[in-house]
Design a protein around this ligand. Sequence first.
Ligand SMILES: *Cc1c(COP(=O)(O)O)cnc(C)c1O
Length: 428
Amino acid sequence: MELEEMYGRLGIRPAVYQYGESILRDLRDRFDAIDATAEYNQGKVIAAMQKNRVNATHFAATTGYGYDDAGRDNLERVYADVFHTEAALVRPQITCGTHALTVALSANLLPGDELLSPVGAPYDTLEEAIGIRESKCSLREYGVSYRQADLKPDGTFDYDTIRAAITPRTKLITIQRSKGYATRPTFSVEQIGTLITFCKSVKPDVKVMVDNCYGEFVERLEPSDLGADMVVGSLIKNPGGGLAPIGGYICGTAECVERCSYRLSAPGLGQEVGANLGLMPAFYQGLFLAPTVVAGALKGAIFAANIYERLGFACVPNATEPRHDIIQAVTLGSPEAMKAFCRGIQAAAPVDSYVTPEPWAMPGYDAEVIMAAGAFVQGSSIELSADGPIRPPYAVYFQGGLTWYHAKLGILMSLQKLAEAGLAALPE
Ligand SMILES: *Cc1c(COP(=O)(O)O)cnc(C)c1O
């Protein structure tokens, strides 16, 4: 009862709270499995930190050129060990996920080379980096061509088309793990491994990069365990554990990562430069927390799918299927329901809870977009957040939650707001 009172104080009515508890009773086994994966990945991170003898000197700030930055260099060894790669580039100078991916691509593709995506169109922002949409300084402008093999209608890999698309010019293959904001399924690490093996059987010297955004620590294996030459992501998503205020990573073979370091700074300088600006405590501690933070976000996603599916809203992934990233899509069916949902997520936040999210026009979108986020780190999507374009089928994508309890509150609050607006009817 005490807990129900606390939720009452936060604005959750007893009927909503009790409906949530009834849903949770059926999720215990799945939550146990998530905890077991988090426990495994926690061990992986601690082992990497112990092996590399992490100590207080590694938390010291450096400025200027950042020569001999022991904390930065050791963090990169820790990341390489966590992802089981030869090398890693982990830097605050990598400004976001798109930047990390762009560095990895442009460092490893030269004029005349071709890039292949065997999993359909890449994430929106990469369209410009690649030059699918015309853009200044795109790979295309530098003479790198792009080819795409779409998925089959059922969302599986089209091996015949992929084989035909791999030519003597194909230098690099890019595989996006998470569905992002597309409607295709997210791939499991095992599926990605099978695809990598296939591509390398067609062309043994082809390099494979995996866009690992939103996938880190969801499973026990990472794509780098199954043959990826580079795995790439953002530190304000999973691996930053909510503490990293900026940054990106590229883990991979020594050969690929070295090239990335020259592209990020300058030929000849590479990994030797790049001061850490005092961010090492956040980077190390964030990585340390990341497995449990990801577990909380996953529980939130599964809770939401079960809450909303039982109320008649379509969810991707659905209530029961396995998870390979932390994104949950809920089709709400109307602009009003999207607004109510986002008001709930916002009202449950520790930061900016008093703000009312409103749809607004965003560059690159053909519809207005609504976003709810009350985050400690601006734009961080490992923190609880929701967004979506205001157009049919009126789906919100939501993700994150630094703790399971916050994710739970956010989802209950979204339902509270829908119920108050008469847009969702709780079962008797
Ligand atoms: C978030 C994301 C990106 C881009 O990351 P930004 O940090 O927003 O630039 C790329 N790919 C996928 C799958 C993502 O989820």
